[in-house]
Design a protein around this ligand. Structure first.
Ligand code: FDA
Length: 310
């Protein structure tokens, strides 16, 4: 594990640092690299430009660990407005949304689960009404059981609802087996949180091998695997597993984060692959950005310079 990863991930949870940094204008160069902008209009404009380049999109309204029901309600409404805007601009066929259940109430002490389920249901209904889908992001390991339980409930009425599995968790191969059924959309990523060794692998090579094991299960299964990585080796392995299992393009997809390896994103799309860009927007970019810096601490000095020189 790189030396700076753990302290950076700890900072992602620091309210004091978050407050100091997020009061600065969003337009620092590092934030701009990863985040589409602050408003729904910004998200729609960035989506339009990606779609015009042949890419598919999943949009995330930034924010997590909601501390009051009113905030969960505001976030839910933002998603409903976003879905309306995607439909109004003719983008709903190529753009879906990604939702963190903690942003719509999951972590609230009283009735958090029920509130998150209700709010997620509203978002999923609205997505279906405009002809698109929702994928539930996966947060730290304490939320995995609730997220998968909410996924099961949502899928009763909306079977196209997707979810994320994190390869670094010891449990994930089992979850991948459970979710490799027909119609099931599963986004497989390495995992971005600072997890204890009791629940997650921490060695990079070990995580890569675990990623391949879960990917094999998903590619061999009946579902729709969404391969969420920027790692060139894993992308090559995904392509060869897809052909080994007789999957043609369009029966699985690649996904990357906005601002990371954009040339590779376009190359995959030009090769005929479905390539979906995860596009975050909003003012609450702090936790998201620190997770990205933890993946690549070399970006940190660039970030600090951009803060000082603004
Ligand atoms: P790895 O970190 O090894 O990076 C491989 C290569 O990609 C690097 O060598 C570098 O070239 C490039 N790269 C990676 N990160 C970079 C960065 N920040 N800046 C610049 N270059 C970078 N996690 C989670 O826990 N829950 C979730 O719900 C999601 N959702 C999600 C959706 C999508 C579409 C993606 C692509 C990723 C996620 N993640 C996530 C994040 C994921 O778990 C993981 O932390 C990152 O994708 C980085 O891991 P890689 O697989 O890219 O490999």
């Amino acid at each position: 594990m790189p030396l700076l990863r753990r302290p950076l991930l700890a900072l992602a949870r620091s309210e004091r640092v978050r407050h100091t940094l997020t009061t600065l204008p969003v337009a620092t160069s590092m934030v701009r690299q990863y985040v589409a902008g602050e408003t729904t209009d910004d998200a729609v404009a960035a989506t339009r430009s990606l779609v015009d380049d042949g890419l598919a999109v999943t949009i995330d309204h930034l924010g997590e660990d909601t501390v009051e029901p009113e905030q969960a309600e505001r976030t839910t409404r933002v998603y409903l407005d976003l879905l309306d805007a995607l439909a109004a601009h003719g983008l709903a066929r190529r753009a879906e949304v990604s939702l963190k259940l903690s942003a719509v109430g999951r972590t609230l002490p009283r009735d958090g689960y029920a509130l998150a389920l209700e709010n997620a249901h509203r978002v999923v209904e609205a997505a279906r009404a405009v002809g698109t889908t929702v994928t539930l992001d996966m947060e730290d390991h304490t939320g995995v059981d609730d997220t998968l339980a909410i996924l099961r409930e949502l899928r009763r009425d909306h079977p196209s609802t997707g979810a994320v599995l994190q390869a670094y968790l010891h449990r994930t191969e089992g979850d991948a087996r459970d979710l490799a059924y027909e119609g099931s959309r599963v986004r497989l990523c390495k995992g971005a949180y600072d997890e204890p060794a009791s629940v997650a692998m921490r060695d990079a090579d070990e995580i890569d091998r675990a990623f391949v094991r879960s990917l094999r299960i998903l590619m061999a299964g009946q579902g729709y695997p969404m391969v969420a990585t920027h790692d060139p080796r894993l992308i090559r392995i995904a392509s060869s597993l897809a052909s080994r299992h007789g999957r043609h393009q369009g029966t699985y997809e690649f996904q990357m984060l906005h601002g990371i390896r954009p040339v590779e994103q376009r190359r995959l799309a030009e090769d005929g692959e479905t390539m979906r860009v995860y596009l975050p927007y909003g003012t609450d970019w702090y936790a998201y950005l620190t997770r990205r810096l933890a993946e690549r601490p070399a970006n940190l000095s660039l970030f600090l310079t951009s803060l000082v020189s603004q």
